[in-house]
Ligand binder design. Structure first.
Ligand code: C2G
Length: 135
């Protein structure tokens, strides 16, 4: 029986419960979950300033029990090639991306999962700054 391969993409800065719950739910769509972690250069292209370097962000995702393989996301345009090369059956993203990747439906199933509310890498960073100023 062919493996159902699931793929998702993200910066995953300051790994938090929102990321974990996304990965846990994504894994339920197949047997193998592959995560493309955005390079430092690509996160800047996305207009994000990650606190952690790619190596640490990728290592934390690799250590997640739901994740089977980690690769690097270098650009917006690599998804179709990734999906075809890896024989991906399902592409999963949080619904803050609702509709943005529907063009991938030609190649695989596309699933948008509800974001986990009240947590984000930005919120964690802001909280850390507040705590640092207090102490
Ligand atoms: N996420 C979530 N709940 C949160 C925060 C994030 O479900 N509270 C999900 C996002 O929807 C995304 C994944 O976790 O599917 C990773 O989030 P980010 O690291 O913020 O990813 P982003 O910077 O949006 O990059 O090509 C796609 C991009 O690389 C996505």
């Amino acid at each position: 029986m062919s493996k159902n391969i699931v793929v998702t993409y993200g910066s995953f800065d300051l790994f938090h419960i929102g990321h974990l719950r996304l990965l846990a739910r994504a894994k339920q769509y197949g047997d193998t979950l592959i995560v493309f972690v955005s390079s430092d250069e690509f996160t800047q292209q996305k207009g994000k300033q990650c606190l952690l370097p790619y190596e640490q962000r990728a290592e934390m995702i690799s250590g997640c029990r739901y994740v089977d393989k980690v690769f690097t996301e270098h650009c917006w345009e690599q998804k179709i090639e990734n999906i075809e090369t890896l024989n991906v059956s399902t592409f999963v993203m949080g619904d803050d991306w609702q509709g943005k990747f529907d063009f991938l439906k030609t190649y695989c199933d596309v699933v948008y999962l509800p974001r986990t509310s009240s947590i984000s890498s930005t919120f964690v960073k802001q909280s850390m700054r507040i705590i640092a100023n207090i102490n």
